[in-house]
Design a protein around this ligand. Structure first.
Ligand SMILES: [Mn+2]
Length: 332
């Protein structure tokens, strides 16, 4: 466990004394990882610095409209990533989440900073700013930028931060959506983030095929323990029949928790090409399902966590999950 001082000044000083700055985030990037990375990129460019965003994976189509998304550099294993003054790692707390890019960054001789909101950070960087009470990395970055100098937050930065916050809060309804967050959102709207446009660009982008898969996933749902637990399994065959893939299940897991009286929800998908079963867990406030994810070798937040389970089957994971959830509910 690294030593963590919640000190923006330390981080701001490090960034201020650097010019060429490499920004990166996690594999399979989402709204918060792309949003926070591009917000910081725009914010630093506004001050005449030379930031670059490098990602292990491609930017999802629905986030490509953000300013700077077309400048994101795809990881190249032959690049030695030398010549940077500083590396800033966003929205993750263990180096495996960076992907193979980590092996290129690991040995370069420059300071590495992690800014994140997940629990249980691992030791791999020089400085950390971690706030597990924060809704998103984008929210932390807003606070940092505000403390630094809010006049550098331009419209592009505001839009990227807004997208990060909107996606990581399930459009402002997850735990840690508090009054401060609405103040921040309000400031971002004032600067030029348009809530209607950003919601439509990022979230109203379902394909017909993914909606057909959703229909199948909804019929697959099972209730257990007096409706307290809802499971949504999706098989390899379901993906094949609808001509979809696991990336098309974005947002599905939230349906499991939308049932009256349900406290715990799980999306379980077979990822055939990688021979793994992917588990996404959600719980309502006051129940933490993080421990269950840890039992499967994963992790995350108290109300949202997950695991990628190797060498198993959907049926085995379902049975284990019912057992673990049963134990957890007994303690309630
Ligand atoms: Mn995040």
């Amino acid at each position: 466990m690294p030593s963590i001082e919640k000190d923006f000044n330390q981080i701001i000083n490090l960034i201020q004394s650097s010019n060429k700055i490499l920004i990166t985030s996690h594999v399979s990037p989402d709204g918060d990882s792309i949003g926070s990375s591009l917000a910081l990129w725009n914010f630093l460019k506004e001050q005449g610095k030379k930031p670059k965003v490098v990602m292990n994976d491609n930017v999802p189509n629905n986030l490509k409209f953000l300013k700077g998304a077309d400048k994101i550099i795809k990881y190249d294993q032959n690049d030695n990533y030398k010549g940077y003054d500083l590396v800033i790692i966003l929205d993750l707390n263990q180096h495996s989440r960076i992907g193979n890019l980590w092996y290129n960054l690991e040995n370069i001789d420059c300071t590495k900073i992690v800014i994140d909101h997940h629990q249980d950070p691992k030791e791999f960087a020089n400085f950390y700013y971690i706030d597990t009470q924060s809704s998103s990395t984008s929210e932390i970055l807003y606070e940092m930028m505000n403390e630094w100098n809010s006049k550098f937050i331009n419209q592009a930065t505001a839009e990227a931060l807004y997208v990060g916050i909107m996606t990581d809060t399930g459009s402002f309804h997850f735990d840690r959506t508090d009054s401060r967050l609405f103040q921040i959102a309000s400031n971002l709207v004032e600067i030029g983030a348009n809530p209607t446009q950003l919601y439509e660009s990022v979230l109203s982008v379902n394909s017909f095929a993914s909606l057909q898969l959703m229909g199948k996933a909804l019929t697959n749902m099972e209730l257990h323990f007096d409706s307290k637990f809802c499971m949504m399994p999706i098989t390899q065959e379901d993906f094949e029949k609808s001509n979809t893939h696991p990336g098309d299940t974005e947002g599905f897991v939230s349906f499991t928790l939308s049932i009256e009286g349900t406290k715990i929800g799980a999306l379980i998908t077979q990822v055939p090409e990688e021979k793994i079963v992917k588990l996404s867990l959600r719980s309502k406030k006051d129940i933490s399902i993080r421990e269950i994810a840890v039992k499967f070798g994963g992790g995350g937040h108290n109300q949202a966590s997950g695991a990628n389970i190797k060498d198993t089957t959907l049926e085995i994971v379902k049975a284990q999950l019912i057992e673990y959830v049963g134990e957890l509910l007994k303690k309630e």
